[in-house]
Ligand binder design. Structure first.
Ligand code: FPP
Length: 251
């Protein structure tokens, strides 16, 4: 696996670059387990290092001036992992939500959690509510944590909401369009990601933001999540800046 040996320097302060920076970056944080086994450590230690990489990504994104950062922390399919590992990951989330929220608040970060609330422990639900409430008026980076999240489930929940509005006659079927759909997703009000990063060399979406990624630029990196740093993020942004986004039209 590669590391961050060759950071590409570019001037973020240049007005033309500032205007082209991705507004929203989404990350599939993958490879904690493989990083751990390469370092002869437990998977639990790998996830712990993964939280350090989360800190680097959040601080880095805030410093670079990214408006939205979405991190895939726990998928609706991750419940299928051994119970000890699920408990480990939930424990790390507890620690993150309890210990990090003060720092996030001081850095003007606004926290939002997406994903189904059912199935999450009551104390975690309370921590999420408290953290979201504490940071609701912050105006810096919006950090979106996808927890117990699955895109297909999100689309089903969205469809149910729309069907209910139709059944209650507050919406006519002819009025259903992309905007209505977007407004009923959990990401309502958040622009679609401009850049998706997945670490660990795996090249798939794993049920992440399927609706929202329709025109997103993808960046698959050959490094494990615990090795992710601000330089990795800068390199991915540099790569993104070289892409030509056409949205199906001609350049
Ligand atoms: C993938 O590695 C990573 C996860 C399933 C969880 C990501 C979670 C964290 C980084 C910690 C908690 C997050 C926050 C926001 C505090 P893997 O276990 O699938 O690695 P492998 O594919 O190499 O086994």
């Amino acid at each position: 696996m590669e590391s961050n040996a060759h950071p590409i320097p570019f001037d973020l302060q240049k007005a033309d670059i500032k205007g082209q920076l991705p507004k929203h970056i989404a990350i599939i944080m993958d490879g904690n387990g493989r990083w751990a086994s390469e370092h002869s450590l437990t998977r639990s230690a790998g996830h712990k290092r993964g939280v350090e990489a989360v800190r680097s990504a959040v601080t880095g994104a805030a410093e670079i001036g990214i408006a939205y950062l979405t991190l895939y922390a726990f998928s609706s399919e991750n419940w299928a992992r051994p119970v000890e590992e699920v408990n480990d990951l939930m424990g790390l989330l507890r620690l993150y939500l309890s210990r990090e929220i003060k720092t996030l608040d001081e850095k003007n970060v606004k926290l939002k959690v997406i994903g189904r609330r059912t199935g999450l422990a009551n104390d975690i639900l309370a921590m999420i509510a408290k953290a979201e409430e504490r940071t609701v008026n912050n105006t810096g980076l919006t950090l979106i944590i996808a927890l117990n999240y699955g895109a297909r489930q999100e689309i089903i929940d969205c469809t149910k909401k729309i069907v209910k509005q139709v059944a209650e006659s507050s919406l006519h079927p002819d009025e259903i369009d992309e905007k209505v759909f977007e407004n009923n997703l959990e990401t309502a009000g958040i622009p679609d990601p401009d850049l998706l990063i997945r670490t660990s060399g795996e090249v798939r979406l794993s049920n992440f933001l399927l609706w929202q990624l329709a025109y997103t630029e993808f960046c698959f990196l050959d490094l494990y999540w615990p090795d992710f740093t601000k330089d990795t993020l800068l390199n991915a942004i540099h790569d993104y800046l070289g892409r030509s986004r056409r949205y199906g039209a001609r350049p």
